[in-house]
Design a protein around this ligand. Structure first.
Ligand code: NDP
Length: 417
């Protein structure tokens, strides 16, 4: 008999599991998997909770950023990401390391008004009442102002003849600030409604244009030489050409940025931050001057390869899941308890390391050599190799002319004979 999915969210965890098991006819092994991965914190975090889905977490070692060498936990399922980031960091350590700078660190709350009869009158009202509107925002979350943060500025943005955004810029200190800013934006929205304005909605903007971080790294070209005999100067020039290509072709730029996000997203996730918020902001910024481009620029200057980037980066070290998930707390401890701006710098520096390693491989040996060497482990597991067999099968796969499931199965069989 089909169990009832109705009111699923109101059921206890064990009732939900029973319903799921009955409806989807889960096997005993599948039921065990759910039970082994139950976590009471997960149950507090989301609705309709069933079990915690694990993501492998590994370390990026000694990432050189702002004069420190940071140990960075990365959570990712993609086999080559952490190896590549370490490779990039190793090369970056031979140069200046990454230097970063925030211009300001504010989060934008948008109060979106429609059918505004007189945009100028609205502008005048906001300008004349800026102080009281800021006070209204701060009264909605007074502790943020008490710690030196809170609502700082109001910007008017006219979208068309009758559509206007009243933007409240908030310093959310050590938090990413989505909830804080939403609370403040709703308070200001209520005040504008009292003045007769039609507020369609009030919500933060994830496009962190008031939270831009710039980063630069200089690497001696000699450090880029490859084992296959390519000179560092040649590799550096090719990396610069590849970077230029990302300004010309969005097809190439999207893939380059996906590679940068391999690193960035892994650190954002491991640090308990919102991966979707960071992704959305980065892709929007990649198109900020009209054409989607690569987020990082590489140029050769004298005997140095210089990497530069500007990225919006709104992350926190408190709030959201950060204080409640033990693995996230552990990851912050491993990183040395960075502040929110230090964490943003670590994340951007990881993107630089990731991009450097990917471009160096692409313009020299090609990306597949490194990828497939690491893919071999996943392939071995996929075809059923057990713990004691994996390393031997990987060695055979790496020496084989083809690396695919058919050859992996055949090699596993040979190994077992
Ligand atoms: P929280 O709502 O958890 O707020 C963080 C809280 O931490 C602050 O409000 C503050 O509360 C407290 N805090 C303690 N110490 C500090 C400090 N030094 N600096 C700043 N705050 C401190 O999280 P956020 O507001 O940061 O929101 C992030 C979460 O919101 C994420 O989980 C995200 O996924 C989610 N979210 C994202 C959206 C988006 O991106 N569009 C939309 C909605 C939610 P107090 O002042 O009371 O001490």
């Amino acid at each position: 008999m089909m169990a009832d999915w109705q009111q699923f969210y109101k059921r206890s965890w064990s009732e939900r599991v029973d319903i799921l098991v009955n409806n989807q006819q889960l096997t005993n092994a599948e039921q065990d998997l759910i039970k082994e991965n139950y976590n009471y914190i997960g149950e507090q975090q989301i609705e309709n909770y069933i079990y915690n889905f694990g993501v492998p977490t590994g370390l990026l070692l000694n990432l050189p950023v702002d004069g420190k060498k940071v140990i960075v936990p990365m959570a990712t399922e993609e086999p080559s990401v952490i190896a590549a980031a370490n490779n990039g960091a190793r090369i970056m350590r031979q140069g200046t390391g990454v230097q970063t700078k925030f211009s300001k660190h504010l989060m934008r709350g948008q109060i979106l008004l429609v059918h505004v009869a007189d945009v100028r009158a609205l502008s005048n009202y906001v300008r004349e009442h800026e102080r009281s509107l800021l006070q209204c925002a701060n009264d909605a979350h007074p502790s943020m102002a008490k710690r030196g943060g809170g609502a700082k500025e109001i910007l008017i943005e006219t979208m068309d003849d009758s559509t206007v955004a009243v933007n409240v810029l908030v310093d959310t200190k050590e938090a990413m600030g989505a909830n804080t800013v939403n609370t403040m934006a709703e308070a200001v929205a209520a005040k504008l409604r009292q003045q007769g304005y039609e507020v369609l909605m009030a919500i933060l903007s994830n496009y962190g244009t008031e939270s831009l971080i710039t980063a630069e790294v200089a690497i001696p070209v000699a450090a880029l030489a490859t084992k296959q005999g390519l000179a560092g100067e040649e590799v550096a020039q090719k990396i610069a050409l590849a970077s230029h290509m990302e300004t010309l072709s969005p097809h190439r730029a999207v893939t380059a940025n996906k590679g940068i996000l391999n690193g960035i997203e892994a650190v954002v996730l491991a640090s308990g931050n919102d991966t979707r918020a960071v992704n959305a902001a980065l892709h929007a910024y990649a198109a900020h001057d009209g054409q989607y481009q690569g987020l990082i620029c590489w140029q050769v200057v004298a005997d140095q390869l210089i990497g530069t980037t500007t990225m919006p980066m709104s992350v926190g070290v408190v709030g959201g899941s950060i204080g409640i998930v033990p693995a996230v707390k552990l990851n912050h401890h491993i990183m040395g308890e960075p502040t929110s701006t230090e964490l943003a710098s670590i994340i951007v520096a990881t993107g630089l390391a990731q991009n450097l390693a990917a471009l160096r491989a692409l313009v020299s040996t090609g990306i597949q050599a490194g990828h497939m060497a690491l893919q071999a482990k996943s392939l071995a597991v996929q075809v059923g190799a057990q713990a004691g067999e994996i390393d031997r099968l990987v060695a055979k796969l790496n020496a084989a002319p083809k690396m695919d499931a058919t050859s992996a199965k055949k090699l596993l069989q040979e190994l077992r004979e």
